[in-house]
Design a protein around this ligand. Structure first.
Ligand SMILES: *[C@@H]1O[C@H](CO)[C@@H](O)[C@H](O)[C@H]1NC(C)=O
Ligand SMILES: *[C@@H]1O[C@H](CO)[C@@H](O)[C@H](O)[C@H]1NC(C)=O
Ligand SMILES: *[C@@H]1O[C@H](CO)[C@@H](O)[C@H](O)[C@H]1NC(C)=O
Ligand SMILES: *[C@@H]1O[C@H](CO)[C@@H](O)[C@H](O)[C@H]1NC(C)=O
Ligand SMILES: *[C@@H]1O[C@H](CO)[C@@H](O)[C@H](O)[C@H]1NC(C)=O
Ligand SMILES: *[C@@H]1O[C@H](CO)[C@@H](O)[C@H](O)[C@H]1NC(C)=O
Ligand SMILES: *[C@@H]1O[C@H](CO)[C@@H](O)[C@H](O)[C@H]1NC(C)=O
Ligand SMILES: CC(=O)N[C@H]1CO[C@H](CO)[C@@H](O)[C@@H]1O
Length: 497
């Protein structure tokens, strides 16, 4: 099945410091102040075991307040909260982090959390739209230092030679993988941003998960396991099964490609809707060369503005600029024939695919929530005008930006709460006109408040996944919001329901 992801990005300021105290206790994690919470001596002993790699985590705003021009936030107590908020503190930020450098560090952290019944979270790098790599009162295992990359011409899964592969540590950025790939004449199926995700190469090579061969993981028992379970079955949601040390991925010989970026301006919502329809009508034009494309339609800058922008970024394997220009011409011509649509820029670059997909670091640090649905390809094929109508309704309903959004820190908690619910209450009913009523959603770029997350994120697989989880993680050490097993826990993963 082929489908396109359309995401609605909304404002998100995490709600800090308002974790409710639990009523009953046998079913709660230990937090500072409870009888079972580790004493300072025990934390010191853990620190000694892991060669001093235990750190106290400083909330970013506490740190920022110490910089010149800082001080916008309350420091008594140190807090992530907005200046006028009343519930301030460490917020959702973990208390301690294990800055792991070895597998043994990770095993020690897992055993410590398990023994003392602590809330455990896992973070590497990259985006986290569902708040899965942080939790109040938690112990963080930070895997960003696992940066090994090794190539093999013949990789064996059991006794089977599955060909060329690369093994990457869980802290490796995608950009490093493309650089190393180029040096080795190889390309890996991965995303464009450093946090990986959906790949422009999937029309040619399948999903990134289709190309995953093996994982080294530390499970809840503390054991290091080598697993080659079908990655897609995990349903995304890193941190909900184990701690990944490394992944081995199938790789392919590099090739040349044309990458193009077309940016169009629509002067009003009606023009934006027509543009979305034209894009839908031409979305299959690039299939002849198995191109991948990312497209974004968003309201330009402010709510008051009527302008919208469509950005279409495509990667065409084994084509030249002349060929890709010809492939995109029908779309471009039809777009520019629309009233109130203008070309802002178009850019074509020929070159090695590793260079085309490489992106330098971006400086992000935004308050953002997402909502998304997978749209059946048939909708695009059979009713492209419906796609345009849905964009029109979304834009008319005040959705400022479709697909990508950033915001300032100035919203009140009440505003934030309303915005967090906007996908479910306002946008999803519109989106369902093209996704259908029970469409799935890619769970790493989705709304953590999904009402039916078990089916929306895991389809018919939830019960099976839950049973697997019970076997490998009987104490639910690895719980993430809207992940497998999370229905057994409160919003913060602190108390069982
Ligand atoms: C139970 O846990 C909560 C929070 O985790 C804590 O406030 C409370 O004191 C605990 N009660 C007992 C009896 O340990
Ligand atoms: C862990 O040990 C290191 C080195 O001895 C020390 O610098 C660090 O402050 C300790 N961490 C904590 C949380 O005490
Ligand atoms: C990374 O590679 C180095 C050198 O080969 C090795 O010593 C180390 O154990 C590796 N680390 C991990 C986490 O695999
Ligand atoms: C890519 O294009 C360059 C420059 O035209 C050429 O030298 C190189 O051989 C091409 N690479 C492949 C894999 O075709
Ligand atoms: C690009 O062309 C080469 C040579 O014909 C071929 O071996 C390779 O599979 C093609 N790559 C893609 C991604 O189509
Ligand atoms: C697009 O428009 C240009 C100029 O108006 C024309 O030369 C070209 O043939 C058109 N291409 C297609 C595919 O319609
Ligand atoms: C979407 O569905 C709602 C009712 O479910 C309807 O009111 C609305 O007009 C539909 N929009 C489009 C674009 O089909
Ligand atoms: C009600 C209240 O405390 N308002 C304060 C919010 O923060 C701003 C900026 O520091 C103050 O000027 C207000 O007095």
């Amino acid at each position: 099945m082929k489908s396109f992801t359309t995401s609605l990005v909304l404002l998100f300021c995490a709600l800090f410091g308002n974790s409710e105290k639990a009523q009953e206790n046998t079913t709660c994690r230990n937090i500072p102040g409870t009888a079972g919470y580790p004493s300072p001596d025990l934390w010191d002993a853990l620190n000694a075991t892991i060669s001093g790699r235990l750190v106290n985590v400083v909330p970013s705003t506490k740190y920022c307040a110490s910089l010149p021009g800082g001080g916008w936030y309350d420091l008594t107590p140190p807090s992530l909260c907005l200046r006028n908020a009343t519930t301030c503190g460490q917020g959702d930020v973990p208390i301690y982090s294990v800055e792991a450098e070895t597998v043994a560090d990770i095993q020690a952290a897992v055993q410590f959390a398990s023994t003392h019944n602590l809330r455990l979270v896992v973070k590497s790098s990259g985006h986290d739209y569902l708040g899965r790599s942080t939790a109040p009162h938690s112990l963080l295992v930070h895997t960003v230092n696992f940066k090994n990359i090794s190539f093999a011409d013949a990789f064996f899964v059991g006794k089977r030679n599955v060909g060329s592969a690369v093994t990457v540590g869980s802290g490796v950025h995608v950009q490093s993988l493309y650089q190393a790939g180029k040096q080795n004449g190889k390309i890996v199926v991965s995303g464009c941003h450093n946090s990986a995700g959906h790949s422009a190469l999937s029309p040619t090579f399948g999903l990134a998960s289709d190309n995953a061969l093996e994982f080294n993981v530390v499970v809840a028992s503390g054991d290091l396991l080598r697993v080659n379970i079908f990655y897609a079955l995990r349903g995304g949601g890193s941190g909900s099964w184990d701690i990944i040390i490394s992944a081995t991925l199938r790789i392919f010989p590099t090739f040349n490609a044309t990458s193009s970026l077309i940016i169009l301006l629509a002067l009003n919502n009606a023009a934006a809707a027509s543009l979305a329809t034209v894009h839908a009508q031409h979305i299959f034009d690039m299939d002849s060369v198995r191109a991948g494309q990312y497209f974004f339609l968003f309201k330009h800058s402010t709510e008051a503005s009527t302008l919208s922008v469509l950005a279409l970024n495509s990667y065409m394997p084994n084509t030249t600029t002349a060929q890709s220009t010809a492939i995109l011409a029908p779309f471009l011509n039809a777009s520019l024939a629309l009233p109130d649509v203008q070309l802002i820029s178009q850019q074509f670059v020929d070159g090695d695919i590793d260079d085309a997909l490489f992106q330098a670091d971006d400086s992000v640090g935004e308050n953002t929530v997402l909502g998304s649905r997978l749209i059946p390809a048939g909708t695009y094929r059979d009713s492209p005008a419906k796609v345009g109508q849905v964009y029109k309704q979304l834009l008319d309903s005040g959705t400022v930006i479709v697909l990508s959004n950033s915001w300032t820190d100035c919203a009140t908690l009440r505003e934030i709460d309303a915005i967090r619910k906007q996908f479910k209450t306002q946008q999803l009913p519109i989106l369902e006109n093209i996704s259908g009523p029970n469409a799935g959603s890619y769970s790493n770029e989705a709304d953590v408040l999904e009402a039916e997350f078990k089916t929306t994120f895991f389809g018919p697989n939830y019960a099976k996944l839950s049973a697997i989880k019970r076997r490998y993680d009987p104490k639910d050490l690895f719980i993430v919001p809207a992940g497998v097993g999370s229905d057994r826990w409160d919003e913060w993963g602190l108390c069982q329901l």
